[in-house]
Ligand binder design. Structure first.
Ligand SMILES: C[S@@+](CC[C@H](N)C(=O)[O-])C[C@H]1O[C@@H](n2cnc3c(N)ncnc32)[C@H](O)[C@@H]1O
Length: 218
């Protein structure tokens, strides 16, 4: 899907299917419930979130419904994904879709929360620490990153799910490629060793087949 000349209809189908994948397979909503939404409940009042590599913005739409005090900026460097997300979020004033790269995070203002799902594995290894450091630098309250655990079990179950349900899109092929590009917790910890002062970043494995990074600015 990342290729600039990829078929537009299949690309849109992929972005549409991300919403089902996030709902059924990734546990992203549960993670957001336990982290960002719980924190928002403890600190009422207006707050902001940046979703890095937001794709079709389905998690932003879900978050906006769950947290009426939250304003969300979706960042994606693919103009076709940003355009699709803008159309999906039309009429939702609290969601703004911004076309831009995570490499330019320093140019953005701060946000209370910074979040990313299935974004980290798109980076080269050498980009991981500086990008996560920049994400933590933009977060006033909490950084939450969730990505794929590289595991034979994830590969097997996703191949089965995709073979049955994910047709007419890049989601089956790209999803398996993404699992191969995923992380082991100890690998990600090593990549992030210099990204932040000791104790600010926690890397953990979570079901189902996830590697999660929680960052606390102070
Ligand atoms: C696998 S999709 C995940 C989309 C969404 N977060 C979700 O949960 O469904 C990864 C997204 O990250 C975007 N992306 C990859 N590298 C990026 C970068 N350096 N800066 C901004 N967006 C990026 C891609 O364009 C793509 O839309």
């Amino acid at each position: 899907m990342d290729l600039p000349d990829s078929d537009p209809a299949r690309l849109e189908a992929t972005l549409r299917q991300f919403s089902w994948i996030n709902r059924l397979l990734t546990g992203a909503r549960r993670l957001l419930e336990r982290t960002v939404l719980e924190d928002i409940r403890r600190r009422p009042g207006p707050c902001t979130l940046l979703d890095v590599g937001a794709g079709g913005a389905d998690l932003a739409l879900w978050l906006a419904r769950r947290a009426p005090s939250l304003s969300i900026t979706c960042l994606d460097h693919d103009p076709r994904a940003a355009d699709y997300a803008r159309r999906r979020c039309a009429g939702v004033e609290r969601i703004r879709v911004r076309l831009g790269s995570a490499a330019e995070l320093e140019r953005l203002d701060g946000f209370d929360y910074v979040f990313a799902n299935h974004f980290l594995h798109h980076l080269q290894d050498a980009q991981v620490a500086p990008t996560v450091a920049a994400m933590l630098g933009r977060a006033r309250r909490l950084l939450v990153i969730t990505d794929l655990l590289r595991s034979p079990a994830s590969y097997f179950w996703y191949a089965l799910f995709a073979g049955v349900f994910l047709h007419g899109s890049f989601a089956a092929y790209d999803g398996l490629l993404s699992i191969r590009r995923g992380f082991l917790p100890e690998e990600l910890s090593a990549l992030l060793a210099c990204a932040a002062p000791e104790g600010r970043l926690e890397v953990r494995r979570e079901p189902p087949g996830r590697v999660v990074v929680i960052g606390r600015p102070e």
